[in-house]
Design a protein around this ligand. Structure first.
Ligand code: C5P
Length: 296
């Protein structure tokens, strides 16, 4: 079969439903345990063969995307080419709909999507495990974003185990517009040796999930709130708008709220956006294993 002439890959947002920091390695990286899910809302990466390598971003948050070598998409491309001895220049386009440096894995997901797209375009046939291992060189979260389905990640976030079955959740993502530096949040931790995640139930029905979530934490919250106190207001707005559960994702500042159905989620998103016109507010659904990524 002829290789495709162009590949488009979805780069979903990642939500850390729970994130426990359990220790720190000698190299400074933190040991953590997280339950992460991915949403139907996200960025898109499009790649086609070209006469020379290029990278271009457009979309609502493209102005915040670093250019040149600092860009994680360009780094993912270079890493893939080096790792596979690929000698094929490409034109890469990123539609940036996820806010940058906001705790929902935008950059890591863009990098993961770039690896997945190049693997298809070049017909290199690497499996998800091999792509995830390659991607870990770019950031601890990239492996999770290669797997892009409900999972538990341990170690520094790079050791991934699928969690299935896991329900699709109706969620609202809210960010007040602040960017947060992940290293600053980690270095602001006052306690680095917290308890691990409680046992993952073998069946994650809705009431079990609620019970499980109530017994978990995001251990980065206090440090992030010290840097950006508005995070607490964002979580309160979600609860005021009817979320049955709300929490910060990753190192912040984006918070997610879980709702009973799509209508409640959209209604809540409309209410919050109406009150705070400058904020990033999106109602979406999380995906289950095997779901095809169709943009919202
Ligand atoms: O791996 P990534 O580049 O996404 O991490 C950004 C920064 O976040 C790291 O340089 C480190 O300071 C911090 N980090 C950490 N422990 C982790 C993941 C990230 O301390 N498990």
């Amino acid at each position: 079969m002829a290789p495709p002439s162009q590949v488009s890959v979805w780069a979903p947002a990642k939500i850390n439903l729970a994130l426990h920091v359990t220790g720190q390695r000698d190299d400074g990286y933190h040991l953590l345990e997280t339950l992460a899910v991915f949403t139907r809302f996200g960025d898109t990466i499009e790649i086609m063969p070209a006469s020379e390598d290029s990278f271009h971003a457009f979309g609502p948050y493209s102005a915040d995307v670093p250019v040149g070598r600092d860009n994680i998409v360009a780094q993912a491309r270079d890493l893939f080419k080096k790792g596979t001895d690929l000698d094929m220049p490409t034109a890469i386009t990123l539609e940036k709909r996820l806010p940058v440096a906001s705790g929902i894995g935008g950059g890591s997901s863009d990098a993961a999507a770039t690896l997945i797209a190049l693997n298809t375009l070049a017909g290199t046939d690497m499996d998800a495990g091999a792509l995830a291992e390659l991607g870990t060189e770019l950031g601890a979260d990239v492996a999770m974003c290669v797997h892009r389905a409900p999972l538990v990640a341990k170690n520094i976030g790079d050791l991934v185990t699928a969690v299935r079955p896991f329900p699709r959740l109706h969620v609202v993502l809210v960010n007040s517009g602040v960017q947060i530096s992940t290293p600053r949040v980690f270095s602001g931790l006052t306690n680095r040796a917290n308890s691990p995640l409680p046992k993952i139930p073998s069946q994650f029905a809705t009431d079990e999930l609620d019970r499980w979530l109530a017994a978990t934490r995001n251990d980065l919250t206090a440090a992030a709130v010290r840097l950006e106190p508005e995070i607490e207001t964002v979580a309160e707005r979600l609860v005021d708008a009817g979320a049955r559960f709300a929490r910060m994702s990753g190192s912040g500042a984006t918070c997610f709220g879980i709702f009973d159905n799509a209508q409640d989620a959209s209604q809540a998103a409309a209410t919050i956006a109406d009150r705070q016109p400058g904020w990033f507010v999106v109602a979406t659904e999380t995906t289950a294993h095997g779901d095809q990524y169709e943009p919202d």
